[in-house]
Write a protein that binds this ligand. Structure first.
Ligand code: PLP
Length: 407
């Protein structure tokens, strides 16, 4: 790897699906001095974050638990609060992240039921309904559903899952991983009757990594109160407190909270509808570019169902033979080193098979066009056969008026 040049003129474009680009207002907020823990402004910052998240999820009543943690931390928080050792959870297969959460839950002594993930497809709510129907004695405490599985870049139909729970009359809690969707796609906790939504700061929330969150309704909180599992740092019961120090089980990650407060303020200022419409349009533009490139025969969408393609991230399969031996990692390297566009690689079963374009968070049309042009440049430089005109197709989409996908 050549040494990093000391000065790169202009910007390096960050198009990983998290961490994402951090807006100036958030960077400025984070760069303030921390406060002493008795300063009343500490509580004000925390309250602003809690209220902003309640607004984002349309649930003014929910408890918000904020952690100095990443997404894995709030997975663990959710599992240990809701499930005693030996208790049963259903984790429908959505790809790499559902499986990682399942493996973690098993490590914590939980019995995990799964439905299969089929490469290229979102989860099948009918299969979930069948597992719920088979559970006549209602052993399943909760269904843990990943909204967008960031590795497969596929979004799952949460309303269909809610319907599966309702149709079968199963009382399991409905828990949603919105790590890749909060702040990018509509998610109405009340309409879905989702009992817990978890997420993290570093994607649609436009804040550096380090804050995880669980938004919890009264029913899920009651299950956590009745759960005999020993726990401490993650314990919602201990964190349901007026005192900032207890809310965080210690010192709050103050500067990240100041950043998150600023980011939530930016989302409110733009309006949720506008944020979601912008994400929809940037995703459509990315898909239009990939659609053009794929006609060259070497690239394709990993997600085969167009309406299930994520508004946050697009995974592009590389047929290495058709690409004359060029690997996804080669595309990443040339895009990063020669075109200053940072994109992501494949995770789990997709390692070495895909590159992923993040299009969520603090992004606008020219940033996305720069990203797509950089990738197109890398593909051309590497001699990957692509259909031309990808960037042009993206421009055509960006010239249409954005449409809000409020759901
Ligand atoms: C959908 C989803 N869930 C969970 C995680 C885990 O989050 P973290 O990497 O912050 O631990 C990720 C990370 O990308 C994710 O995309």
């Amino acid at each position: 790897m050549p040494p990093m040049p000391i000065h790169i003129p202009g910007y390096r474009f960050l198009h990983s699906p998290g961490p994402t680009h951090v807006p100036e207002a958030v960077l400025n907020a984070i760069s303030r001095q921390p406060m002493d823990l008795g300063d009343p402004r500490v509580d004000a910052v925390t309250a602003a974050c809690e209220n902003g998240l309640r607004q984002l999820l349309g649930n003014p009543q929910a408890d918000v638990f904020l952690y100095a943690a990443n997404g894995h931390g709030v997975w663990e928080a959710t599992t240990v609060n809701l499930l005693a050792p030996g208790a049963t959870v259903l984790i429908p297969g959505t790809g790499h992240f559902s499986e990682s959460w399942a493996v973690m839950s098993e490590a914590l002594g939980v019995r995990v039921l799964r439905t299969p993930y089929r490469e290229g497809y979102p989860l099948d709510a009918a299969e979930v309904a069948q597992v719920l129907r088979d559970d006549a004695i209602h052993e399943i405490v909760a269904v843990f559903a990943v909204h967008t599985d960031t590795a497969s870049a596929t979004t799952n139909d949460l309303a269909a899952l809610r319907q599966a729970l309702d149709d079968t009359g199963h009382p399991a809690l409905f828990v949603v991983d919105a790590v890749a969707t909060l702040g990018a796609a509509p998610l109405d906790m009340v309409a879905l009757r989702a009992n817990v939504v978890l997420s993290a700061s570093q994607k649609g929330l436009m804040t550096p990594p380090g804050v995880g969150l669980c938004v919890v309704d009264a029913q899920a909180f009651a299950v956590s109160v009745a759960n005999p599992r020993p726990r401490f740092y993650w314990d919602w019961r201990l964190r349901q407190s007026e005192h900032g120090y207890r809310k965080f089980c210690g010192t709050p990650p103050l500067n990240l909270l100041m950043g998150l407060e600023a980011a939530l303020g930016l989302i409110a200022q733009e309006s949720l509808d506008a944020v979601w419409a912008r994400h929809r349009q940037l995703a459509d533009a990315t898909h239009a570019a990939v659609q053009a490139w794929r006609t060259g025969g070497a690239l394709d969408f990993l997600c085969r169902v167009p309406e299930a393609r994520s508004v946050s991230v697009t995974a592009v399969l590389v047929d290495v033979d058709a690409a004359h031996g060029v690997l996804p990692e080669d595309v990443r390297r040339v895009a990063r080193e020669d075109f200053q566009v940072a994109i992501a690689g494949g995770l789990g079963p997709f390692a070495g098979r895909v590159f992923r374009i993040g299009h969520l968070g603090d992004l606008n049309a020219p940033m996305l066009l720069g990203c797509l042009a950089g990738i197109e440049g890398a593909l051309v430089r590497l001699g990957v056969p692509i259909g031309r005109g990808g960037v042009e197709q993206a421009v055509n989409v960006l010239n249409r008026a954005p449409v809000s996908p409020r759901g």
